[in-house]
Ligand binder design. Structure first.
Ligand code: PLP
Length: 415
């Protein structure tokens, strides 16, 4: 174990060189970036990719017969295959480029659920969802009269799996849940949820925004029907996301956004649709962003990201243990470490999380403070906001030490 940790620590030390932002100072202090659940940083290969494409290959995609357009189209389309491999999908045409997890879920709600669900059909969510997996369903409920029910979260921060049989029934058409809660850090055991959904004839959407950066996602193993995630949380650019669904399900979608590229033929009266995936990708897409995301995937694969993320988890657990020894700190999240991810929310009694984050910022430590776009989840536990530390594959023990020392500053200042 010790040997493995030393080896991982040395691998982290090596890859940190690839992230120029980690060298900068914040408020005169070394930067300890612990806001990775909100957005990760990028390696120089991803940053340079933008320069390379704009300097050499940039043109619009799919439209031109000239060399630059063909080059950028090839680079852009190659990433579809990379993403498909990354989540173990055989048919790259099942990968839809989006702006991010939020847009992906909205496309499922507006493009699929709106036309395939009817009044009285049930969509089951959980009580630990990000607003991105709540609000689109509320909007659809108000429009077509679906019923929304929730798998409850228990006082121990885990979902109440005993309630599944009661909540997921034959009226349920979709179960949409995250794999890791972004506010509590809970890892959701998906097998039982997926099994119960499928045995009732419901489809399952997995919000992998927090899980895809840290673990191997294999949609075949998972048995999911839809999977969504955002590039910016796994070393890629912001403004790029993924929607995956099985082809027979994608064929049930109606296009959600109309315009160029998504059509086969347009007359003054009407239009017919292009093939999938282009049918769902109207307009000029985020060409350079997608290509740079391909570079991020290469970086993750070439650096054995799953192993590096085990170190991030070790650091998160280490920091958590240190903080839990302090009587004035309450840490949210399951007591079973195997159900905890590499992020945790905490509350310093009597100190507003924004004040905590500000003091930490003065010490160069970047954490998140607020409701983490999970207001109902935090309210359920009696909070309107918390502080959140989240670790990723370039974090090291110096980050942890700086974080813990900066908590002392909060104590000195406020307690
Ligand atoms: N779902 C979860 C679990 C998240 O953590 C996030 C972002 O924090 C989202 C959805 C929304 O992702 P994006 O803002 O990239 O669309």
């Amino acid at each position: 174990m010790k040997f493995k940790l030393d080896k991982l620590a040395s691998n982290v030390k090596a890859i940190r060189q690839d992230f120029p932002i980690l060298d900068r100072e914040v408020n005169g202090k070394r930067l300890a970036y612990l806001d990775n659940a909100a957005s990760s940083q990028r390696p120089v290969s991803v940053i340079n990719k933008f320069n390379e494409i704009y300097s050499n290959n940039y043109s619009n995609v799919h439209r031109g017969v000239h060399t630059l357009s063909m080059e950028s189209t090839e680079l852009y389309e190659n990433v579809r295959k990379k993403i498909a491999n990354f989540i173990n999908v055989d048919d790259q045409n099942e990968i839809i480029y989006t702006k991010g997890t939020t847009e992906s879920i909205n496309i499922v709600a507006r493009g699929w659920a709106k036309y395939n669900l009817k009044k009285g059909d049930k969509v089951v969510l959980s009580e630990v969802e990000h607003h991105a997996n709540l609000v689109p369903w509320f909007m659809l409920r108000d429009e077509i009269g679906i019923i929304i029910e929730f798998i409850p979260v228990l006082d121990d921060f885990n979902l109440d799996l005993d309630s599944l049989e009661k909540i997921i029934d034959k009226k349920t058409r979709l179960v949409a849940v995250s794999q890791i809660s972004n506010s509590l850090g809970t890892i959701i055991p998906l097998n039982q949820i997926i099994e119960t959904a499928h045995s009732n004839g419901a489809l399952v959407l997995i919000d992998a925004a927090q899980s895809a950066p840290h673990q191997k996602i294999d949609v075949k193993d998972l048995g999911a029907d839809f999977l969504v995630f955002s590039a910016h949380k796994l070393l890629g650019p912001n403004g790029v996301g993924v929607l995956w669904a099985k082809m027979d399900i994608l064929e049930q979608f109606k296009p959600f956004i109309g315009g160029g590229d998504m059509i086969s033929k347009v007359t003054f009266e009407n239009a017919t649709w292009n093939e999938i995936p282009y049918r769902f990708e109207a307009g000029t897409p985020n060409i350079t962003g997608v290509i740079a995301f391909g570079e991020a995937i290469d970086y993750l694969n070439n650096n054995n990201y799953v192993e590096l993320c085990q170190y991030a988890h070790y650091l998160s657990e280490f920091a958590r243990k240190e903080l839990s020894a302090l009587s004035y700190i309450e840490i949210l999240g399951p007591s079973d470490p195997s159900l905890r991810s590499s992020l945790f929310s905490f509350d310093i009694k009597g100190v507003h999380p924004h004040d905590v984050a500000q003091i930490l910022d003065s010490a160069g430590v970047a954490i998140r403070a607020g409701h983490h776009c999970a207001q109902p989840t935090l309210n359920r536990f009696g909070f309107s906001s918390t502080a959140r530390a989240s670790f990723y594959l370039y974090n090291d023990m110096n980050d942890v030490e700086q974080f813990i020392e900066s908590i002392d500053l909060v104590e000195k200042r406020f307690l």
